[in-house]
Design a protein around this ligand. Structure first.
Ligand code: NAD
Ligand code: 572
Ligand code: ZN
Length: 351
């Protein structure tokens, strides 16, 4: 039998991403070893590659990228009871301490000691073999593909944002930014009963994709004037949106989010742009527009999986490009440039 080898996409430093042979990891107590299958490339993977940092998180030592992933369980660490060898699993990339007040209160995404794949100094999962906490791996039903399993990660961001926003039957929703994260918010809002969803972007190609995926009103953000954008949005929807989910991080779009949202409504900030942004905060205050942030997600994987397994949400059209692991650098180039209409680029580890 051929000897097993482990390859990983290692970011050695800013701009220097290589496929390297590394040791085969072995599962610690309560962990499983996974033969990786599909790993989606996220904007943050690309950002660490091109900039070597995001905010306070700086790549100071070689780090394996990848956090949108799935694979097949190949070994069980001591104590694992929820999975068996051969199970197809989606991997929730953030493992919290399980003991702090945030973990105990169910908001484990806020755990100060969470370890999250491909957030320095923690390695990610873009490797042939990867070990992960078994209770943060979710067995996929036979009819859910491993690629859909990888997409549970961005979909969970959409689930968390729409829950924080309070999307419900009949909601009129504005989603700003039609990248992968805006699109999963569109799909989730519709699945949660939103009556109408308007979407903005500066890129007409991305708006065309949004329309195909069910956006009722794709609106080109052709001005940075938030009040002007708010008028366009109100006239498209026939009303101001009850809820705005901002998924671009562009300061002018956050301003648009405030001016657009109906009095008494909710603006959720998903997109993270500059650390400090000038905002019409008094306008939000006197109209009781609640501004809420999100930090990844908590308790959303089971919901995202149920949405896919039941057919309520179809994430497959988000995947525009697939590359074998040997072509990892090409995959990252495609994700970086958005060439050829790229939305979600997926690396197929076994090919
Ligand atoms: P992306 O860059 O692919 O998509 C952003 C989209 O916004 C692009 O299509 C872009 O053309 C559009 N855009 C730019 N300026 C705009 C404007 N003025 N008005 C409307 N649209 C505009 O990124 P993505 O992967 O979809 O992620 C979106 C954002 O979500 C990023 O800022 C990312 O860091 C953030 N994010 C946050 C969390 C969190 O936990 N808060 C989790 C995941 C991603
Ligand atoms: O899928 C999780 C995810 N989170 C992102 C971006 C992309 N994907 N976030 C934006 C960056 N922040 S952060 O707080 N950070 C680097 C830890 O600036 C996390 C959430
Ligand atoms: Zn991500």
């Amino acid at each position: 039998m051929a000897e097993k080898k482990n390859f990983a996409a290692v970011l050695r430093e800013k701009g220097d991403l290589r496929l390297e042979e590394t040791d085969i990891p072995s599962p610690s107590q309560n962990e499983v070893m996974i033969a990786m299958d599909s790993v989606g490339i996220c904007g943050s993977d690309v950002h660490y590659w091109t900039h070597g940092e995001i905010g306070d998180f700086i790549v100071k030592a070689p780090m394996i990228l990848g956090h949108e992933s799935s694979g097949i369980v190949t070994a069980l660490g001591e104590g694992v009871k929820n999975l068996k060898i051969g199970d197809r699993v989606a991997i929730e990339p953030g493992v919290p301490c399980r003991m702090c007040e945030f973990c105990k209160g169910g908001r484990y995404n806020l755990c100060p000691d969470i370890v999250f794949c491909a957030t320095p100094p923690v390695h990610g999962s873009l490797a042939t073999y990867y070990c992960h906490a078994a209770d943060f791996c979710y067995k996929l039903p036979d009819h859910v593909t491993l690629e859909e399993g990888a997409l549970l990660e961005p979909l969970s961001v959409g689930v968390h944002a729409c829950r924080r926003a309070g999307v419900t039957l009949g909601s009129k929703v504005l989603v700003c930014g039609a990248g992968p994260i805006g699109l999963v918010n569109l799909l989730t809002a519709k699945a949660m009963g939103a009556a109408e969803v308007a979407m903005t972007d500066i890129d007409q190609g991305r708006l065309n994709v949004a329309k195909k995926l069910g956006a009722d009103y794709p609106i080109l953000a052709d001005t940075r004037d938030g009040k002007e954008m708010a008028k366009k949005i109100e006239s498209a929807l026939g009303a101001m949106p009850d809820i705005t989910i901002e998924c671009s991080g562009a300061p002018s779009s956050v301003q648009t989010g405030i001016y657009s949202t109906k009095s008494g409504g909710v603006l959720v900030l998903v997109g993270l742009g500059p650390a400090e942004v000038s905002l019409p905060i008094v306008n939000a205050a006197v109209r009781e527009v609640d501004i809420r942030g999100i930090f990844r997600y908590a308790n959303c994987y089971p919901i995202a999986l149920a949405m896919i397994a039941s057919g309520k949400v179809d994430v497959k059209p988000l995947v525009t490009h697939r590359f074998p692991m040997a072509k990892t650098i090409d995959a990252f180039e495609t994700a970086k440039t958005g060439a050829d209409g790229a939305i979600k680029v997926v690396i197929k580890v076994k090919e």
